[in-house]
Design a protein around this ligand. Structure first.
Ligand code: HSE
Length: 309
């Protein structure tokens, strides 16, 4: 059996406009890396965390610690483990920061013990991290970060995940304005009830988006990227939101919205060149507003957690 595992989990875009808590996909190139080593101390230790953010290293207050503890308990193991985490994603970015740490922990602990759990079960373990970080066990970041691909959560109880095919030439351009929006706060501002007329519009867009992804209909994908429920409330927390969205639209984006709970803003595009042009246009808009930011361009990644040499 392995004594040490090193693995990576990607950032992700959750909600994808119309699919609050039920849709998400991974972004390539950015994410969190973990090294987990087994020992016989019987204790879970988290080394000082490298990279951006100021996360706790107390195993009961850190998503990696909570997940590792739950998995060891279920496996009946009294081993100790040492966790070394390198964050590639700033917490509170809307790019699935807690999800990447959670997913990679579940993946690495599973590998350490010979892969006793299947992918769906790993997502359920990773959701414990989301519960700690945001107060809710949502899977729209952890499922794509763990499994890769565009994922829909058909149901939380019973837990049912669907892998949605993605058109070959679908790319994503993301801008991350460098301000922290805490997921817990941006969940609390949401209205608890949705008028039926609004829900009908939202359901129509979810149907359109999924149909567009299945049939590679870029136009249908674009016009389905509308959010009548969450965006009107959350966009108020993101300075420059309207200007950045407008710039992306004018540069040819198919459509977009808030990435996860924000402040990041994503846009789907047909082709890499278009995604780069949209990223540049969003960056220019942010420059004009004097907002600090990072931009990312990525194919809709089909890879979730993976081993690192
Ligand atoms: N669906 C979650 C939310 C994603 O929007 O609160 C958090 O990243």
């Amino acid at each position: 059996m392995l004594t040490k595992v090193k693995a990576f989990a990607p950032a992700s875009v959750a909600n994808v406009s119309c699919g609050f808590d039920i849709l998400g996909f991974p972004i390539d190139n950015i994410g969190d890396t973990i090294e987990i080593e087994r020992n016989n101390t019987g204790k879970i230790t988290i080394n000082p965390i490298k990279g951006p953010g100021t996360l706790s290293t107390d195993p009961d207050k850190n998503v990696c610690g909570v997940i590792a503890k739950a998995m060891l308990k279920d496996l009946g193991k009294s081993d100790g483990i040492v966790i070394s985490l390198t964050k590639g994603i700033l917490p509170g970015s809307g790019l699935g920061s807690s999800a990447a740490s959670s997913a990679v922990t579940a993946f690495a602990v599973n590998a350490l013990y010979g892969n006793p759990f299947d992918g769906k079960k790993l997502v359920e373990y990773a959701m414990l991290g989301e519960e700690l970080a945001s107060g809710t066990k949502h899977a729209d970041n952890v499922a794509p970060a763990t499994l890769g691909g565009f994922i829909a959560i058909r149901s939380y109880d019973p837990f049912d995940l669907i892998n949605i095919p993605v058109p070959e030439n679908l790319y994503c351009a993301v801008i991350h304005p460098m301000v922290e929006v805490r997921t817990e706060l941006s969940r609390n501002v949401l209205k608890k009830n949705v008028p039926l007329k609004t829900a009908i519009k939202q359901w129509g867009n979810v149907a359109g988006l999924i149909a567009g992804l299945f049939s590679s209909d870029y136009n249908l994908i674009g016009r389905s990227l509308e959010d009548h429920i969450v965006e009107p409330v959350r966009s108020l927390l993101i300075s420059g939101y309207a200007e950045i969205r407008e710039a992306a639209k004018n540069a040819g984006a198919l459509g977009g919205g808030i990435s996860g709970s924000g402040p990041s803003i994503f846009n789907l595009c047909e082709g890499e060149e278009s995604a780069k042009a949209v990223a540049n246009a969003m960056a220019k808009a942010a420059d004009e507003l004097k907002l600090p930011y990072e931009v990312h361009v990525s194919k809709i990644s089909t890879t979730g957690c993976r081993f690192v040499e």
